[in-house]
Design a protein around this ligand. Structure first.
Ligand code: ADP
Ligand code: ZN
Length: 623
């Protein structure tokens, strides 16, 4: 079977089953490779379109008589919706996990044995049970085991917070069913994790497909923390009222507090963290997925596998641990390709907290050193005065040009030369330590620099220092900026074990000598300004009702939305599983008179046309 005979079939499946006109990025190459029965490792950012990379081969290979595809996924809470989405597209799918009753599980097993399923989703702990393996043996002996898709494959690796020991047992697939092709997929880009996946799943021979990790529709903004809660409120009320979003916080308590504050302000917010009862967590997740415009306030426990396409913003109220985490979390915005925001607010205290957590962790020194390096890279991103995206992509090994769609590109920050200020700060730390043999925290050092005769300054005799008052021309905000930058470049460390005192490092000397220039942002432009500039960028801001529609079109759109909500409720599925917003907008724009007019609209496959076509015509006709 050559590529020429399989590819038209795959394109037909894309069009007829999923209703899409073209493959995205490397999808075609991946699908071609897997349909032929070869192994693959797919690295694609969140929202890149990984699902089709195994769903289309599953359908094509079953049509060719190869039997079922088993999808291994840790996302038990999402399997129901994933399978529901395939049903809507007319694909036979099922799942096996602990949420099913014994009776329901038996029904699925019977269908499996009959060959009545194209894609079976199962959790790794289920796949490796003797009972399930016996069923796979049965299918395999009859040539009816077509493909294994290992989703969220980074779960096999210890290098990340998603590690699942059950994933290690998946080597059984290769050992027991060596002739069955496997495709492993992940959105985690770093080299260490990739190596680990290849080794643990014995995929060394597999072809690797590494996509660009750029998400051009996401606009990155990082602001200095002043009053985080108020800043968040302003951000949401100015730019995202009524939008679905995720707000990440460091602690469970903060999650609860922020969710309450948002609710008080009339924003539909729900909390999510590991301390909540499992039922409450599931209910909140369902509401986030099924209702429009819900803001989930969460710890990093939330988000893996969340495939809600219309999340319009991801906000970080506290600094994450590293760029990988930041990128994965922000990647949950704008999966539908429409404009979305990644907004982070960070301050000196975040840096201090993260350092302390590393210092106090029981891990070995070498491992801690690695964590510190990752934190520093994130600090560098936060303090950057040039394009955020260029820095992000460079971190993942990709070269790029300034993006025109991040805060620094949209309103280039005024930069001032902070070298002199940095030298003043460092020499104050140095002199204070020389004088009394002990170090002090940021507040005291700044008081000395600014020439404030506080009680503590007077008591310690620090008014006598030659650096007393030499920074009086600088504001406290400016000095804090200098300090953050010095921490970011490693010229100052904060000693968590000694009351967060500031310490000099080996790197301090070069700055003191004036060999390393220190560039600082002078001010952060106001959000209003930012918004205005963005209007002229390539990607327009998403509106709740597409602005491209005329008044009648908007009426049709609203009527379609109401109809969709009803269907989604009846089917117990999220609305986007029925049709994406973009599909509704395209229908509203076309004002279809016949089923023929609906054909070719992105997102309307054959099954959906048959199931919903007449109703859609009725809805837009009566609007
Ligand atoms: P990932 O799993 O990589 O995060 P998904 O598989 O969930 O991404 O796809 C993200 C979104 O993009 C989904 O809503 C999907 O329907 C859509 N999509 C994927 N491939 C295409 C395509 N070729 N054309 C149009 N939309 C696509
Ligand atoms: Zn940029």
């Amino acid at each position: 079977m050559g590529a020429s005979s399989t590819l038209p079939a795959c394109h037909a499946i894309l069009r007829e089953v999923f209703g899409y006109g073209d493959f995205r990025g490397p999808q075609q190459a991946i699908i071609e490779h897997v349909v032929e029965g070869c192994d693959a490792l797919v690295l694609m950012p969140t929202g890149g379109g990984k699902s089709l990379c195994y769903q289309i081969p599953a359908i094509a290979r079953q049509q060719a008589g190869h039997g079922i595809t088993v999808v291994i996924s840790p996302l038990i809470a999402l399997m129901h919706d994933q399978v529901g989405a395939l049903h809507e597209a007319g694909v036979s799918a099922a799942f096996l996990n602990s949420t099913l009753s014994g009776e329901e599980a038996t029904q699925v097993e019977k269908r499996l044995m009959r060959g009545d399923i194209t894609l079976l989703y199962a959790a790794p702990e289920r796949v490796t049970t003797p009972r399930f393996l016996a069923q796979l043996d049965f299918l395999h002996e009859r040539g009816q085991l077509s493909l294994f898709a290992i989703d969220e494959a980074h779960c096999v690796s210890q290098w990340g917070h998603d590690f699942r020991p059950e994933y290690r047992a998946l080597t059984v697939l290769h050992e027991r069913y060596g002739s069955v092709p496997r495709i492993a997929l992940t959105a985690t880009a770093d080299a260490l994790t990739r190596e680990d996946i290849l080794e643990r799943l014995q995929l060394q021979e597999a072809r690797q497909f590494v996509s660009s990790f750029d998400r051009p529709n996401i606009s990155y903004t990082i602001v200095e923390k002043k009053d985080a809660t108020q800043q968040l409120l302003r951000f949401i009320s100015r730019e995202h009222m009524g939008d679905a979003g995720i707000v990440y916080c460091q602690s469970r308590k903060r999650v609860e507090d922020i969710a309450n504050v948002l609710c008080d302000e009339g924003i539909a917010a729900l909390p999510y963290h590991a301390g909540l009862d499992a039922k409450v967590r599931q209910a909140n997740q369902d509401q986030f997925l099924r209702s429009e415009g819900v803001v989930m306030v969460a710890t990093i426990a939330f988000g893996m596998g969340i495939d809600k396409p219309d999340v319009r913003f991801v906000a970080h109220l506290d600094m994450p641990k590293n760029i990988e985490g930041y990128y994965q979390e922000t990647g949950r915005a704008g999966r539908d390709g429409e404009a979305a925001d990644a907004w982070m607010c960070y301050g000196l205290q975040d840096v201090v907290n993260q350092r302390r957590m590393i210092d106090e962790s029981p891990a070995g020194e070498e491992f801690k050193q690695g964590l510190r390096g990752k934190l520093d890279a994130l600090l560098g991103l936060a303090e950057a005065t040039d394009c955020r995206r260029v820095r992000l992509l460079a971190y993942f090994g990709e070269a790029s040009q300034p993006c025109g769609n991040c805060d620094n590109c949209l309103s280039p920050p005024e930069v001032w030369d902070g070298t002199e200020a940095a030298r003043k700060l460092l020499s104050t730390i140095y002199r204070v330590q020389q004088m009394g043999g002990i170090s002090y925290g940021a507040g005291h050092i700044m008081d000395i620099l600014r020439g404030k005769s506080t009680e503590k300054v007077a008591q310690r005799g620090h008014e006598a220092l030659s650096t007393f008052g030499i920074g009086a021309d600088l504001s406290e905000v400016q000095l804090r900026g200098v300090l953050r930058q010095l921490i970011a470049i490693g010229a100052v460390t904060v000693d968590a074990e000694a009351f967060n005192t500031l310490q000099l490092t080996d790197a301090s000397r070069a700055v003191l000598k004036g060999e390393v220039p220190v560039q600082l942002r002078a001010s952060v432009s106001s959000p209003a300004e930012r918004k205005a500039r963005r209007g002229s960028s390539v990607i327009g801001a998403a509106a709740k009702v597409p602005a491209s529609l005329d008044t009648e079109g908007q009426d049709r759109y609203m009527a379609l939305k109401a109809w969709r909500a009803e269907v989604a409720r009846e089917h117990n599925l999220p609305a986007y599983v029925i049709f994406h917003d973009a599909t509704l907008a395209a229908i509203a724009e076309r004002a279809p008179q016949s089923l023929g007019d609906l054909q070719g609209i992105s997102g309307i496959g054959a099954k959906k046309l048959e199931a919903y076509g007449d109703e859609v015509l009725r809805v837009v006709g009566g609007a």
